[in-house]
Structure formats: structure tokens, C-alpha cells
Write a protein that binds this ligand. Structure first.
Ligand code: FEO
Length: 174
């Protein structure tokens, strides 16, 4: 039987990843509404990635004989004051997710579950990237400082973001 404490915590993480997906899709629609289709595209990819994160944990639980329980996803914000405010919220949220992953990892250590620890290491690395990307975008938006041409160019740049399936979804053990 899968460790019940870890099962509960992993299910909570699945829910948090699905909430993140929902939040980023909400940001995408906000950026469409203010005419930044490129930034919206960036958040649409972020939406896919968050669903991948949930699916990686889902696959892990299923493979290990755990039970996935899908709770309701709480509502998300729909509007932001500025593009910068949306990315500041993104960074803050990613820092919160990092803390959740750290807590989950600490629990896996406490429960002597090496398989969960191993699975979570991918997420620990992923969070470094997630925070770094959001920080770099914040830095760029601060430099642009509302300049129309700067925002136009930046929107084009974010519009070129590409999506690729994360390695753990190609293999149960990556
Ligand atoms: Fe699933 Fe953006 O962390």
C-alpha cells in the first residue's frame, strides 16, 4: 500500500499544479485582452507545462499503486494592473510552489520513501528554471518601463517560445 501521508501530499501537489495551469491560462487571456498575443502565447505554454507537472505526479502515483484523488480547483484572478504585476504574481507563485515541493521532499525523507525523493528531484530542478524565467521577464519589463516599442519587441520575443514534452512523461523512471 502506498504511504497515506505521501499520497495525500502528492494529491495536494497535483491540485496545486492544476491551479497553476488555470492561473496561467487566466493570465494568457488577460494578455490577449490588452493586445499582447506573444505574451499570451508564453502563458499558454506555461499552462501546458503545469498540466504536465500534474500528469507526472499522476503517473507516478498510478505506477506506485497510489490513488489519485482530484479535488476542486479554486478560482483564479482574472485581471492585473499591468504586465509587470502579472509576472510579479507569477514569480511569487513559483516561489510558493518551490516551498511546497521542498516540504514534500522533507516529508518523503521523514517517511523513508526514496522513490518519492527521486521523483521530486526533477521538480526541484524545474523550480529553479521556473523562478529564473519569471525573474528575467520581470527584469526586462522593468527595463522597458512601459515603452511601447519595447513592449512590442518583447511581445514578439515571448511569442517565439516553444513547447516540448518533459522527459518524465516519456518514461516512468526518468
Ligand atoms: Fe509546476 Fe510552475 O511549477
Amino acid at each position: 500500500m502506498f504511504n497515506p501521508k505521501l499520497e495525500k501530499a502528492l494529491n495536494a501537489q497535483i491540485n496545486a499544479e492544476m491551479w497553476s495551469a488555470y492561473q496561467y491560462l487566466s493570465m494568457a487571456t488577460y494578455f490577449h485582452s490588452i493586445g499582447h498575443a506573444g505574451i499570451a502565447h508564453w502563458f499558454e505554454i506555461q499552462f501546458k507545462e503545469e498540466q504536465d507537472h500534474a500528469l507526472i505526479l499522476y503517473n507516478f502515483l498510478v505506477t506506485r499503486g497510489g490513488r489519485v484523488k482530484l479535488d476542486p480547483i479554486k478560482s483564479v484572478q482574472t485581471d492585473w494592473e499591468t504586465p509587470l504585476a502579472a509576472f510579479e504574481d507569477t514569480l511569487k507563485h513559483e516561489k510558493d510552489v518551490t516551498q511546497m515541493i521542498n516540504n514534500l521532499y522533507a516529508l518523503a525523507i521523514e517517511e523513508n520513501d526514496y522513490t518519492v525523493q527521486n521523483r521530486l528531484r526533477w521538480f526541484i530542478d524545474e523550480q529553479i528554471e521556473e523562478e529564473d524565467e519569471a525573474q528575467k521577464i520581470i527584469d526586462s519589463l522593468k527595463l522597458i518601463d512601459g515603452n511601447g516599442l519595447g513592449l512590442y519587441m518583447f511581445d514578439k520575443e515571448l511569442g517565439s517560445r516553444t513547447y516540448s514534452t518533459p522527459a518524465p512523461l516519456n518514461s516512468a523512471v526518468e
